[in-house]
Design a protein around this ligand. Structure first.
Ligand SMILES: [Zn+2]
Ligand SMILES: [Zn+2]
Length: 140
C-alpha cells in the first residue's frame, strides 16, 4: 500500500501532497543548500514530479538564490517554506515539513540514507550513514 503524506504550512492555506517513496532522503552539506535554507545542514527528501502535488503558484512566495539554479517556495500568507527546486530539478521537501505534520516525528520510510557533499560541511556528524564527499553517491 502506498503511503500518502498530507502537508501544509503554518496557516494551512498552502498544501502539498506526497505519495509513495521519495527518490532520495538525505542530509546535504553543499553551500547552495546551506544558503537556500539558511541552515548548516539541509535535511531533505526529493520527489519525482509524478508523486507530488504542489500548491498553485498564486499561493506561493519565491526565493531564488542569486546566480544559482536554486529556488525555495513558501506560503504567500504565512511565509513558511514548503519546498524547493534545486539544480537537478526534482521538488525537494525539507524533513521538517513532514515532522510538523507527524507530531514532530519523521515518518520511518523517509529516514535519510546518506550525507551528500560532506566535503563541504561546516559541522561534523558522527553517524553511520554513508558520506559522499561530493555528489557521487547520487551521480551528481
Ligand atoms: Zn501559510
Ligand atoms: Zn545541497
Amino acid at each position: 500500500m502506498s503511503q500518502t503524506y498530507e502537508l501544509s504550512c503554518d496557516c494551512g492555506k498552502a498544501t502539498l501532497t506526497a505519495r509513495g517513496e521519495p527518490e532520495l532522503s538525505l542530509y546535504c552539506h553543499c553551500p547552495s543548500c546551506r544558503a537556500l535554507y539558511s541552515v548548516d545542514i539541509a535535511s531533505l527528501t526529493a520527489w519525482s514530479d509524478d508523486n507530488i502535488d504542489l500548491p498553485d503558484a498564486s499561493q506561493l512566495i519565491v526565493h531564488k538564490l542569486p546566480d544559482r539554479e536554486m529556488t525555495r517556495y513558501g506560503c504567500a500568507e504565512c511565509g513558511m517554506t514548503l519546498y524547493g527546486r534545486h539544480k537537478p530539478g526534482m521538488p525537494v521537501v525539507p524533513h521538517g515539513v513532514f515532522r510538523k505534520a507527524h507530531g514532530g516525528q519523521l515518518p520511518q520510510p523517509l529516514a535519510p540514507t546518506m550525507h551528500l557533499f560532506y566535503g563541504d560541511r561546516v559541522l561534523d556528524v558522527a553517524d553511520d550513514l554513508q558520506k559522499s564527499q561530493g555528489g557521487e553517491l547520487v551521480g551528481l
